[in-house]
Design a binder for this molecule. Structure first.
Ligand SMILES: CC(C)(COP(=O)(O)OP(=O)(O)OC[C@H]1O[C@@H](n2cnc3c(N)ncnc32)[C@H](O)[C@@H]1OP(=O)(O)O)[C@@H](O)C(=O)NCCC(=O)NCCSC(=O)/C=C/CCCCCCCCCCCCC(=O)O
Length: 719
């Protein structure tokens, strides 16, 4: 797992060999230790170069090994043997140097990086801190402010930025190992004391207390509820105030607390879940490793409203040539300007040139005739979309993939309008489409595996985390949102306020509670759907209110707000007041309190005290229950799919893993017991009725999330 060879007469070359990304698993650590010992004891060796096989230096500790019993040599003493070595050690960094990989490089006396390398200390994103000395070494090398920023965000940086910060000594465009070997030869025999970072003092920072206080406040706000960023700040503070050995002890202390935390488990689960969703499968058995994606060189976006514009930007930024079509001239011109400005801004931020040259605009749908793939993003109206799909099917060259950005309509209806329904899939983006990471790739009953593979691959190219899901109402994300929102309305009827419900959810870790979120996305969207479903009927001021519709409890509160023109932020009024249309700052609105009181009085409902626990249980457990139904019915193929959708599309707090992981942390038996309890007192609310899969999982001893598939398969086989 690490090999010593000899080059250029006097250089010992240690190569990490643990594909694909040379993580520091037990055998690799053992290999480094033995190779280092051999090289240092060999009088022929005057310098050492450490590199990684296959163009990757090292992605850090092996996360799969984390747990109560880590075997093999400990990482900290191992890499510090490198710093104390009496022969110069040079890190030849290419590909990635992350976490423990970067810490390994920091204990080397010199660092040469290839220009395409990414470096960083991303441990915070795994619920940890850089626990192999990173919090003590980095501030001594690049100073406190830059270290705080890198360590608390876990951001990966380019070699150019690393050079600017003083994190690496040289950046090369040519062969990294060759450059490092030449460099090692040039420094043989030179004194090493000044090269040992642990021996350096931390650069002085005036107003130390004020700097740390400000960073701590920022971190608490930005990563609400997460403990790792706070521990990171505390550890860096130790570097600034304590001698190295004391700082190391503090780092280890803080690391021990994080290492066994539920948050670390959740974040590490999420790391692997993000990768697992790429290994998609369909109920037919087709999957990622049996289906070949087609190349997409040229794509079209049809409809340049908010979503269409974001999708155009995302495609252009991914280097795909785009034909952007909008039939309304005014909207087309506005879109062109908007897309241009967004690309310019993005280019300024990332330091690359904008990709405007990749886009052509047209108001004629015929312009899509020779593209490889179309993404339709016209208004969310079934008959309009059906017409568009008929046209696309007639215009596009044979084999063009036809995708819809619908968030709720039946994909099979759209596919049935085309000559080749196997070429139709959903690509459900989230607003803003060029920013949000999530993409639901929806397969209909006739979608071909090749079409799914192509949409998944295009999503990856656009930097999205793509999840393949089945074609049920609302797909996965929005379907689960329905019972969550429904419960929040029922809670208002029973005595809660929007503020109380939102506070509970925001303290749980959502960036916005359900009511603030609804105000942001627009209350009229759901209202239109409910009207189409025949649920929302005008109430008026003196009309009768029926709470039982379609055989189940229904709350018309959202409809009443819409009847008063309160569509949320865009109208300046919704569940809160915003001062003006488009305002962002939510303020409590006495109008809403009065409405709730009058509403309860009209229905003879008595307000009762509701606590945060009840809000969380009812909103979250009903959402979890719906997720389990989706798994049971096979519209998502694994709990990881659902969790990734919720974390990356719906603001579920990352450090809680996702709804399925959270349920397993709370205890499936507890979730079942609470749902049973609430369903008993609300038998007209079917979303509170625990689903079969939940009962089955509990009956099987509540296995961990990665074992649920065995049980879902059994249920599906019986259906
Ligand atoms: C950028 C990447 C490196 C590469 O990206 P890409 O090319 O897209 O490839 P991927 O698909 O992402 O990855 C390929 C496969 O490799 C797997 N992988 C990647 N990284 C790791 C890893 N670090 N560990 C394990 N596996 C990894 C990945 O899953 C893929 O496989 P598969 O498809 O899933 O099968 C990108 O991969 C990336 O960003 N990787 C993560 C980098 C990272 O986060 N590194 C930091 C790791 S944590 C670390 O380094 C910590 C260091 C300090 C260690 C100190 C340890 C002390 C422990 C003791 C603490 C005391 C406890 C006391 C307890 C008590 O008191 O009891």
């Amino acid at each position: 797992m690490a090999q010593l060879s000899y080059v250029s007469g006097s250089v010992g070359l240690i190569t990490l060999q643990n594909p694909p990304v040379n993580v520091l698993s037990a055998a690799t650590r053992q290999g480094i230790m033995e190779s280092m010992k051999k090289a240092l004891n060999d009088p022929k060796v005057k310098s050492v170069v450490i590199c990684g096989q296959n163009g990757v230096f090292c992605a850090g500790a092996d996360i799969k090994e984390f747990g109560p019993n880590i075997s093999g040599p400990s990482i900290v003493p191992l890499i510090y043997d490198i710093e104390v070595a009496n022969k110069p050690v040079v890190a030849a960094i290419e590909g990635s140097a992350l976490g423990g990989g970067l810490e390994l490089a920091l204990t080397c006396h010199y660092r040469i990086a290839h220009s395409k390398t990414r470096l960083g200390l991303p441990e915070v994103t795994l619920g940890l801190l850089p626990g192999a000395g990173g919090t003590q070494l980095l501030p001594r090398l690049i100073g406190i402010p830059a270290s705080l920023e890198l360590i608390t965000t876990g951001r990966h940086i380019t070699a150019a930025e690393a050079l600017q910060l003083g994190l690496v000594d040289h950046v090369t465009q040519s062969d990294t190992v060759d450059s490092a070997v030449k460099f090692a030869l040039s420094v043989e025999g030179e004194p090493l004391d000044s090269r040992r970072i642990s021996k350096r003092p931390c650069p002085h920072l005036p107003d130390l207390d004020a700097v740390f206080e400000a960073v701590m406040q920022k971190v608490r706000q930005k990563f609400y509820g997460a403990i790792a960023p706070i521990a990171c700040v505390q550890a860096v503070r130790a570097a600034a105030t304590l001698p190295f050995s004391e700082g190391m002890k503090r780092e280890q202390q803080l690391m021990s607390t994080l290492f066994t935390s539920g948050q670390a488990r959740a974040l590490q689960y999420s790391f692997f879940a993000q990768r697992a969703v790429g290994r998609w499968s369909m109920p037919s058995g087709a999957s990622w490793n049996t289906s070949k994606a087609r190349p997409v060189h040229r794509a079209a976006v049809l409809g340049l409203g908010t979503m269409g514009r974001g999708i155009t930007v995302a495609l252009a930024q991914a280097g795909v040539s785009v034909v952007a079509v909008e039939i309304q001239e005014k909207q087309l011109n506005e879109a062109r300007e908007h897309v241009y400005a967004t690309l310019e801004r993005g280019a300024q931020q990332s330091g690359v040139s904008p990709s405007c040259a990749n886009i052509t605009y047209s108001h004629d749908i015929q312009a899509v005739a020779d593209v490889d793939l179309v993404i339709e993003a016209v208004l969310e109206d079934l008959s309009l979309k059906e017409k568009v799909f008929q046209q696309l099917s007639a215009i596009c060259k044979p084999g063009t993939l036809l995708c819809s950005n619908t968030s709720s309509l039946d994909l099979n209806c759209l596919a049935s309008q085309t000559k080749n329904p196997e070429l139709v899939v959903g690509m459900h983006f989230f607003a803003p489409a060029h920013v949000m990471k999530l993409l639901e790739v929806v397969y209909g009953s006739k979608s071909s595996p090749e079409a799914v593979a192509t949409a998944m691959q295009l999503g990856k190219k656009m930097g999205k985390i793509s999840v393949a899901v089945g074609n049920c109402r609302g797909f996965v994300g929005n379907r689960m949102l329905k019972p969550y929102i429904e419960q929040s309305y029922f809670l208002l009827e029973e005595g809660a306020t929007p503020e109380l419900v939102d506070k509970a959810l925001e303290e749980f870790g959502f960036p916005m509670g359900v009511f603030r979120m609804s105000d942001l996305s627009g209350l009229d969207v759901g209202w239109r759907v409910r009207k189409e479903d025949g649920l929302a009927e005008p109430v008026g001021t003196s009309g009768q209110i029926t709470r039982l519709r379609g055989g189940r409890r229904y709350s018309p509160l959202g409809d009443i707000l819409c009847e008063h023109g309160r569509f949320g932020q865009k109208t300046g009024l919704g569940w809160y007041q915003y001062g003006r249309p488009g305002g962002r700052v939510a303020k409590s609105d006495p109008w809403v309190f009065n409405l709730l009181e009058e509403y309860r009085a009209r229905l003879g409902l008595t307000a009762r005290p509701i606590d945060q626990q009840e809000v969380l249980e009812r909103c979250l457990y009903s959402l979890i229950n719906e997720g389990l139904c989706i798994l049971e019915e096979g519209f998502a193929s694994s709990p990881e799919d659902i969790d990734v959708i919720y974390v990356f599309g719906y603001g579920w707090p990352k450090h809680r893993g996702g709804p399925m992981f959270y349920a397993s942390m709370v205890g499936l038996a507890t979730v079942l017991e609470r749902l049973d309890h609430y369903y008993r007192s609300n038998p007209d609310v079917p979303s509170l009725k625990p689903c079969k899969l939940l009962r089955q999982l509990v009956a099987s001893g509540s296995p961990p999330v990665h074992k649920w598939k065995e049980i879902t398969k059994k249920i599906q086989n019986r259906l």
